[in-house]
Ligand binder design. Structure first.
Ligand code: PMP
Length: 402
């Protein structure tokens, strides 16, 4: 028999399958609100102007070559990434309690953190993810051997956070559990805890000795403000937690294909930082040897140049504003149409996505009758809407909920 005769067929990835269906659709009115990538109002991919500038700098830099990067990435890059999320005045940075490693975008940061914890975290074999969450969390953490359980997050009745369910799950979990937390702009719901709720979460986690693993894929992209999107992480650091943060520069730099990410690790002492870093380097060596240079160089240039950094913030504002405008436009149109139900969650939610509350049947009708493509859970990417198609989208939505 063949070595592969017993390999079962894996299901296609939902999002990428949806994109393929959308591409095959010939209807000119078609709308893609499936994939989580920013689009301009003309529904085109967006190359950030500041990225173009950094690109030009790279192109003209005669000193650059194509040698291997350091195993953990260039320190100028990883330090800047850690500073971006923790804040330049972070006590953890001042006290030399931060290790950082360049990863294959946010996915790689989650994976490297997961692989490290699988090997060295002794308090628990269970990772808790929110229900719902980014579909890849389950894959990533179960593939390195963790048992993956869900904690309540979304309340379908209020179309908001199930705060009491979340707290109860944390209380009931055995001590020392690993909790994956979305730093901001929760995917897929667009619902984040308030600052008071984050305090409550930190209280239980501290009491129960749980380990916070932040996933931060949307810093600056969510609110348009890099600091306020980093608030929860910084708060946990101030509270004295040791923690991991997986960072992605896919969305906030528009560097989806370059795979520039970072895993920032905060420990309790410099000594532990050094030992943890040594093991992360060893792990990285076995997995990828050396991280890719190109995307990280762009991010490095921008984060370390005050003028370009200021310009990046403007680019971020443009992206987050466009999304906020689309939320307002969709909400406004649904109100005009007197669409049955409450729709304030459309404008309350933040970040790339909105969890509409549409059910699977309604999603199917939207696809078949209106050529509108979204995931079965009713999540829409706000960047798929534009001033041109938002009325069409609202009218279709109005039809399927009546
Ligand atoms: N975490 C979450 C919650 C995400 O939404 C994403 C992007 N879809 C990622 C991580 C990582 O994406 P990437 O690997 O492209 O940086």
């Amino acid at each position: 028999a063949s070595a592969f005769s017993s390999v079962p067929l894996a299901p296609p990835d939902i999002i990428f399958h949806l994109t393929a269906q959308y591409k095959a659709d010939k209807d000119p009115k078609k709308v893609n609100v499936g994939v989580g990538a920013f689009r301009t109002d003309k529904l085109q991919p967006y190359v950030l102007p500041v990225v173009k500038k950094a690109d030009a700098i790279l192109f003209n830099d005669e000193s650059l070559d194509h040698e291997y990067q350091p195993i953990a990435g260039q320190p100028s890059y990883t330090k800047a990434a850690a500073r971006l999320i923790l804040g330049k005045d972070s006590p953890a940075i001042k006290e030399n309690r931060v290790a950082a490693v360049q990863t294959i975008s946010g996915t790689g940061a989650n994976h490297t953190g997961a692989a490290f914890l699988a090997q060295f975290y002794k308090k628990s074999r269970t990772v808790y993810i929110s229900n719902p969450t980014w579909a890849n969390h389950r894959n990533i953490f179960s593939m390195v051997g963790f048992e993956v359980k869900e904690y309540p997050y979304w309340n379908p009745t209020t179309r908001g956070l199930d705060y009491s369910g979340l707290i109860k799950a944390m209380e009931q979990a055995p001590d020392g559990g690993i909790f994956i937390l979305h730093a901001c702009a929760h995917n897929p719901t667009g619902v984040d805890p308030t600052r008071d709720q984050w305090k409550g979460i930190a209280d239980v986690m501290q009491k129960k000795n749980h380990f916070p693993f932040f996933d931060c894929a949307y810093q600056g992209f969510a609110s348009g403000d890099l600091d306020s999107d980093a608030w929860a992480v910084r708060y946990f650091v101030d509270r004295g937690f040791e923690l991991f943060v997986a960072q992605s520069f896919a969305k906030n730099f528009g560097l989806y294909g370059e795979r520039a990410g970072n895993l920032t690790i905060v420990t309790k002492s410099t000594g532990e930082t050094n030992t943890v870093f040594s093991q992360i380097e060893k792990l990285q060596r076995a997995e990828i040897s050396n991280p890719p240079a190109y995307g990280a160089r762009i991010v490095d240039i921008v984060l370390n140049d005050p003028v370009l950094y200021a310009e990046w913030k403007e680019n971020l504002k443009y992206m987050s504003n466009r999304i906020i405008e689309m939320r307002k436009a969709l909400y406004g149109r649904l109100i005009e149409l007197k669409t049955p139900g409450k729709w304030n969650h459309i404008t309350d939610q933040i970040g790339m996505f909105s969890f509409t509350g549409l059910n699977k049947n309604q999603v199917t009708v939207l696809k078949q009758k209106y050529h509108i493509y979204m995931t079965d859970n009713g999540r829409i990417s706000m960047a798929g809407l534009s001033t041109t198609n938002v009325n069409y989208f609202a009218t279709a939505l109005d039809d399927v909920v009546r």
